[in-house]
Write a protein that binds this ligand. Sequence first.
Ligand code: HEC
Length: 317
Amino acid sequence: MILGSCSDMGEPEVLLPQMEVETADIDFSTITVGSPQIRQIQIINSGEGQLNGELTLIQDSSVYALQPHGVYTLSGDDTLDVELTFTPSAEFTYAGQILISSDDLGNPEHVIGLTGVGTALPVPALTVSTSSINFGTILTATSSQEQITLSSTGNDTLVISSIDFDLGVYSVDVNTPIELIPGASQVLTITFQPDGAGTFSGSLTIVSNSPSTPDIVSLSGDAETPVSYAGAIQPVWNSNCTNCHGSSAGLSLSSYTNLMLGSSSGSVVISGDGANSLIVRKLKGQAGSLMPLGGSALSASTITTIETWINQGALNN
Ligand code: HEC
């Protein structure tokens, strides 16, 4: 195109445009889905005449955007700044082209190839190895421990900001925050330390940067007051049994040590298993003659106390 300006001599001066685009193909490489990436493209008119053309974007999906686009006009020695944005919308490789046409006869079209790959949004995730822990029944003044594993199963760093219990009888051996890269895991040791007899139903709440936070693990445990051998068992023997089961031959019930020695036919106490212990079966009349021999059975509650003491481990307490 010829832009004329009249000289005094009447000779028309021909001013020519000259398009220069330095940007070659653009590779955005791998970009997180949904996060825009921006590149600058400059169209320079290094000629003196006005440059006219059009900016066209060719693509299959609308992940690339050009601003400005369409028809452009650049006066001599002017530059047009164009912004190209790539926002991948899926895990996919996106190709495209920018066509920059011009009326510079020496450079009528400049083509910029585009490529970019979308990758999944990084999301942290927490997987807890269990949703409930049952500590069973333990004795007061003792404690019990169980382990759980926290695993970072997302594709972004998991940050555990707090691990809290609603009951003071439960505690954990780690401090927060805990950072776990994808694939890493952390073992927690949970301690149940009852402050008295009873049932303790509680929960453990784990707060993290996972979208599904918080994670909750239910906790349960029972605590029993231990039956005292010296206080509740030996006195039963003393009042009902030792007149026959003294220190003479056979089963002696004169002390804890002698009780645990059993009789010539073996143990009469199976620690942890009151129901199958011979001494309990004898008291219930389930094994030959009822004890105390020739007398009436002990009260049900006394037999239960003996059974409980055996179930609790037949401690010398
Ligand atoms: C009047 C005496 C007498 C009294 C009291 C008595 N026992 Fe016995 N006990 C015996 C005799 C005799 C045997 C052995 C014969 C038998 O097993 O029936 C025996 C056997 C046992 C055995 C089985 C031992 C074995 O290894 O075979 C146990 C256990 C036992 N007694 C517990 C008790 C307890 C506990 C009491 C108290 C609540 C008690 N006995 C009171 C006389 C007595």
